[in-house]
Ligand binder design. Structure first.
Ligand code: FAD
Length: 551
């Protein structure tokens, strides 16, 4: 596979340094965590595998990459000055602009001097004698810290399929999540895209504009709603900025972490005419809020059938060839795989040089030197694009060799799926925390707001620990048990676990099938965290060097 980054600059390994905290990852989570730690007067070191800040937006440079939560909300809210000074150019900003924003944040808050780039953390081991985390990197660094904070991202471990013959292909193969920084010119080339999730849906219309022939290999059809992306006018931006804190407050209270008008009415109680009108209006507005057309769509299968039917009719009305249209019509539950937002995705299949191959019916047998061979035929190609997504939520964590108390490995503790307390900490791994870990709302929400809530909660906890002389913080196993039961119960009240998706790990062969995020929403989750603090950090054990404290 063609590499995303160039050569790494040489530097000597760092051995023996001691920090208050190590942070892993310099996406939005790691950046804000660092900012908070510095505010507390903590010494901190951030390790980042990439050559710059921005995480998702550093790596995912494929054509068409952009956010699908509106930019005026998909951005940090912790600094009113930052909110006021930054001007988003489009409703859904492109990757390059979000990356510029991340770089602006790094410069504005002077973050870079504490971040070591081009360095991947490979191991983290809890030293029970010294009560610290000893970490190692792929550059030979060996340092330690009292606290180890994993800000490794929920969608940062690319899911690379292992097809036979991969090494034989004569052309380049790219993964959308590791896109070359210099870009890829598809002009006049025969391109094959494997996958039809969000990255594929964003990139396919643009690749089709350049390629001489585009073949899309689809296993599962995906629902997608038009973005109706547009340039933002200064007047519109000003109307938001005039009372940005109010919008942010509304977003924080919402299950989704971003604000949009939400119809709580039942789809089943509406008449067919009312439903149709509602869906048409929501479709005309576009984007993820389409899922908020009615209040019971994610709870009642028969309600969900009505929106699924509407979306399929839209696909049939856009795609001219009836056979292709049928193939593009998903047969799964609407919105329970990550809903996609597109610009001209379905329309692309009306182009004469774009073909769709159903690899559920005729699976890929192997990659050949000339292209892709399915069980049905050979497809000659010059470039292959893997739009195969990520080993979500646990992938990047489990790639690190993490050993907690008694040398127990996180890989073993999570062998049947991730478990923890509030998505924040795993018993047996004291003083280690996960930002937007599984078991928290994270990927079901505006992730930046979910990140902010975790970072602020953790900052407060560390301030408390500092003030009280607490040296060890560890979640109780009983707290984990009841939290995980709650995570399962809340998921089971919805239709989500019924669908195979990356939320359940179904896209990665051999991954335990567990619905990983907490579905109760960021608003409710925030209240739970606040109550837990008000109850004296209930569920956590605190230990001070001199005396045991808390619970
Ligand atoms: P990341 O941005 O993933 O950053 C984690 C960083 O950790 C990475 O840079 C990685 O290199 C580094 N890392 C991982 N392991 C190691 C290691 N062992 N050592 C050193 N460094 C390591 N969310 C939304 O809310 N709205 C959207 O519209 C949206 N659009 C998205 C579009 C795409 C294409 C993708 C992939 C995701 C999107 N997301 C969206 C989710 C997005 O991941 C989050 O919004 C957010 O950017 C996550 O920030 P993060 O810092 O938690 O993780």
């Amino acid at each position: 596979m063609t590499a995303a980054t160039g050569t790494r600059p040489d530097r000597p390994a760092e051995v023996g340094s001691v920090f208050d905290a190590i942070v892993v990852g310099a996406g939005f989570a790691g950046m804000y965590m660092l900012h908070r730690l510095r505010g507390l007067g903590f010494s901190a070191r951030v390790y980042e595998a990439g050559g710059g800040v921005g995480g998702t937006w550093y790596w995912n440079r494929y054509p068409g990459a952009r956010c699908d939560v509106e930019s005026m909300q998909y951005s940090f809210s912790f600094s009113e000055e930052l909110d006021q000074e930054w001007n988003w150019s489009e409703k859904y900003a492109p990757q390059s602009e979000i990356l510029s924003y991340a770089n602006h944040v790094a410069d504005r808050f002077d973050l870079r001097r504490h971040i070591v780039f081009d360095t991947r953390l490979t191991a983290a081991t809890f030293d029970e004698v010294e009560n610290c985390w000893r970490v190692e990197t792929d550059r030979g660094d060996k340092v330690s810290a009292k606290f180890c904070i994993m800000a490794v991202g929920c969608l940062s471990a690319p899911n690379r399929p292992h097809f036979k013959g991969l090494e034989d292909f004569q052309g380049p193969i790219y993964h959308t999540g590791e896109w070359p920084h210099e870009g890829v010119d598809f002009t006049g080339l025969r391109v094959g895209v494997i996958g039809t999730g969000s990255s594929a849906i964003q990139s396919i219309p643009i690749i089709a504009q350049q390629a001489s022939a585009l073949t899309v290999f689809q296993r599962t059809a995906t629902y997608s709603v038009p973005a109706w992306n547009e340039k933002l006018t200064p007047e519109y931006r000003q109307s938001i900025k005039a009372d940005y804190p109010a919008l942010r407050a509304k977003a924080r209270a919402r299950p989704t972490g971003f604000y949009f008008p939400f119809n709580m009415k039942s789809a089943l109680e509406a008449s067919p005419e009312e439903r149709e009108k509602q869906y048409e209006e929501a479709w005309a507005k576009g984007g993820l809020p389409f899922l908020g057309s009615f209040g019971d769509l994610l709870f009642e299968k028969s309600a969900n059938d009505t929106i699924a039917d509407f979306a399929r009719r839209k696909i049939r009305s856009i795609v001219k060839d009836p056979k292709t249209a049928e193939l593009l019509c998903p047969d799964n539950i609407f919105g329970c795989k990550r809903l996609c937002v597109d610009t001209g995705y379905f329309e692309t299949y009306n182009l004469p040089h774009v073909d769709l191959v159903n690899i559920r019916a005729t699976p890929i047998d192997k990659i050949t030197p000339e292209g892709i061979r399915t069980t049905d035929k050979d497809y000659p190609l010059d470039i292959i694009v893997f739009a195969t997504g990520f080993d979500a939520m646990t992938g990047s964590l489990l790639k690190i060799d993490i050993a907690g108390r008694d040398g127990v490995k996180l890989q073993d503790t999570w062998s049947a799926g991730p478990v923890n307390y509030l998505g924040l900490q795993v018993p047996g791994f004291p003083n280690m925390f996960t930002i937007t870990g599984p078991g928290s709302p994270s990927v079901l929400a505006n992730v930046i707001l979910a990140i902010e809530q975790h970072v602020e909660w953790l900052g407060d906890l560390l301030r408390h620990a500092q003030a009280q002389g607490i040296t060890e913080i560890e979640a109780h196993a009983t707290a984990q048990e009841s939290w995980m039961a709650g995570v399962r119960d809340s998921a089971d009240r919805t239709l989500y676990p019924r669908a195979n998706s990356w939320y359940t790990g179904s896209n990665v062969p051999g991954k335990p099938r567990v619905f990983m995020p907490y579905i109760g929403g960021v608003g409710r989750y925030r209240q739970i965290c606040e109550q837990m603090v008000a109850d004296g950090y209930k569920g956590f054990r605190f230990e001070a060097k001199t005396a045991a404290a808390a619970e």
